[in-house]
Ligand binder design. Structure first.
Ligand SMILES: [Zn+2]
Ligand SMILES: [Zn+2]
Length: 206
């Protein structure tokens, strides 16, 4: 094929042959993708144009989509970034873990505090009480808020309990036991197996 352009050379006609090229550019070109929620993404191209992608509908505001109705490089790029874990899929948002800087993708309606895998606590996990440094074993991770759970013995809510005042009253509560029960000559001392209830943020995964 001649490489010198002839003045009479016809304009390139879009064909299926252009599809791998769009695919390649979707991956190789510098673009930044900003998730806006509701399945919408703002894509800024290297040429400083900003387009709006509706991923589930496969739509974009760029000329390639609007005039040629093809799956443009912006839609492809959003799909690639989701597959590779760089941007959240529709219905999810990117937030930071409460206890570290790791970015996690959570449901759009998820409530704080949110944690990465490493900092998520489950029954049986060891946690550290941030106030005392004590280690405890998690018994229950509740969805009830600290300001809605009463501590019977103290006649107040978990949120109102004196040493919990520095913690957000809206976080859920976690029940935990001290790992070593006290064993007397006549058996286990029941009070040593008591479950203590803490605001979630007072405990840290150990
Ligand atoms: Zn586009
Ligand atoms: Zn974390």
């Amino acid at each position: 094929m001649k490489t010198t352009a002839s003045p009479k050379a016809p304009l390139p006609v879009p064909t299926a042959g252009h599809l791998p090229e769009r695919s390649r550019r979707a991956r190789a070109e510098p673009m930044s993708v900003l998730p806006l929620g509701d399945g919408l993404y703002e894509v800024e191209s290297a040429s400083d144009h900003t387009y709006l992608v509706d991923l589930e509908a496969g739509r974009c505001t760029c000329p390639d989509y609007v005039f040629r109705e093809v799956r443009c490089k912006h839609v492809r790029r959003v799909a690639i970034e989701i597959t590779e874990g760089h941007t959240p899929p529709p219905g999810r948002v990117a937030v930071s873990c409460h206890d570290c800087d790791e970015t996690i993708f959570v449901d759009e309606d998820a409530t704080e505090p949110l944690y990465c895998d490493e900092h998520t606590i489950r029954p049986g996990d060891t946690v550290v009480n941030r106030e005392t440094g004590d280690r405890l074993t998690v018994v229950d991770v509740s969805t009830l808020r600290a300001d809605a759970v009463e501590i019977g013995a103290a006649d107040c809510t978990v949120a109102e309990y004196a040493t919990n005042e520095g913690y957000d009253p809206e976080v859920p509560v976690v029940g935990a036991v001290y790992p070593h029960a006290t064993v007397a000559r006549n058996g286990v001392v029941p009070s040593s197996l008591r479950i203590y209830v803490f605001p979630r943020t007072r405990l840290e995964a150990a």
